[in-house]
Design a protein around this ligand. Structure first.
Ligand code: PMV
Length: 307
């Protein structure tokens, strides 16, 4: 084994299409420059996993994840010391569990002296992320693996198309830190879908239409058009019943501060909101004034500021 070994993976934001992506509609996501790093060293005794993310303290899932990744790469997990350093707030909808899964996988592959193919990283990353989230669409590990901005449709294998970003997208992500469970929100939508598939399928198709429009906006540098698509997507997320009062309040704050558009992002965990704005710092300031933590993420220019 080649130790010490390291692995790194990116966090993500979903631009449009969360929830409908579970129902095989396309979604747009972007990898963040911020991510998470895993370092593996030789130790003594049983596997030890240390993480700097307070929400994962005492959580047994990171160790389960390391064991599964080690088994997938033919490595003995006992006797390893694993350290996780995250630049991503956990439970904020920024893909920290998928980033952890992919970073662990990459560190284990490095320890085994192997380089995994993209297809293997995507498939194994999704299998490992399921330790955290039941039956995810796989969009988060795709962002952790690929970075950049892309269209994603779930499947075996998923369909992933990178988007050209000719003009950097000035995005603001805001999160309250109060987590809701993505799994519970996904399960609630499934119940409603079961009870009226026709109505919900129509809403899913409407979101898919917006995703297509937004992809054109991204590729033509039309941030105003992207903002319009955000607003329409938020309206449909509310109709799907996956929004929340705190999300709608932050969306309103962002729009009042001059954002071109704003919507929830992710499953609802942490009440995360994304906005696109000409002056992202001004919008971020307004959102902080409303009690949220914020991050400015300029997708396509690979730099982000936390505040
Ligand atoms: O809560 P997050 O950031 O992991 O996003 C979940 C996205 C969903 O579309 C709601 C679920 C999924 O598996 O894609």
């Amino acid at each position: 084994m080649k130790l010490p070994a390291r692995g790194r993976a990116a966090g993500k934001v979903i631009l449009l299409g969360e929830h409908v992506v579970v129902y095989a509609r396309p979604a747009l996501a972007a990898g963040l420059a911020r991510g998470l790093e895993v370092r593996v060293e030789r130790g003594a005794g049983p596997l030890a996993v240390r993480t700097d993310a307070p929400v994962l303290a005492g959580d047994e899932r990171p160790a389960a994840l390391v064991r599964e990744a080690a088994a997938a790469l033919g490595i003995q997990a006992d006797g390893l010391r694993v350290e996780v350093r995250s630049e991503l707030p956990a439970g904020a909808g920024l893909g920290s569990s998928a980033a952890l899964s992919v970073a662990v996988l990459r560190a284990m592959a490095a320890a085994a002296g192997r380089r995994l193919s993209l297809a293997d990283e995507l498939a194994l990353g999704r299998r490992l992320e399921a330790i955290f989230h039941g039956n995810p669409s796989g969009i988060d590990p795709a962002a952790a693996v690929l970075g950049g901005c892309f269209r994603f449709t779930r499947g075996e294998p998923p369909m992933v198309t990178p988007l050209r970003v000719p003009r950097p997208l000035p995005l603001v992500v805001a999160y309250t830190g109060r987590g809701r469970s993505t799994g519970a929100v996904v399960a609630g939508l499934r119940e409603r879908w079961e009870s009226d598939r026709t109505a919900y399928e129509r809403l899913f198709d409407e979101v898919a239409g917006l995703v297509a429009e937004a992809a054109v906006a991204v590729e033509s540098g039309d941030v105003v058009g992207l903002g319009r698509a955000f607003d329409e997507n938020q309206r449909l997320l509310e109709a799907l019943g996956v929004s929340a009062p705190e999300v709608e309040s932050l969306v309103g704050t962002a729009r009042n501060a001059g954002a071109f558009g704003a919507k929830l992002t992710g499953g609802g965990g942490g009440g995360a909101v994304i906005a696109v704005a000409a002056e992202p710092e001004r919008v971020a300031q307004a959102l902080r004034g409303a009690g949220a933590q914020t991050m400015v993420a300029v997708v396509g220019a690979a730099q982000e500021e936390a505040a």
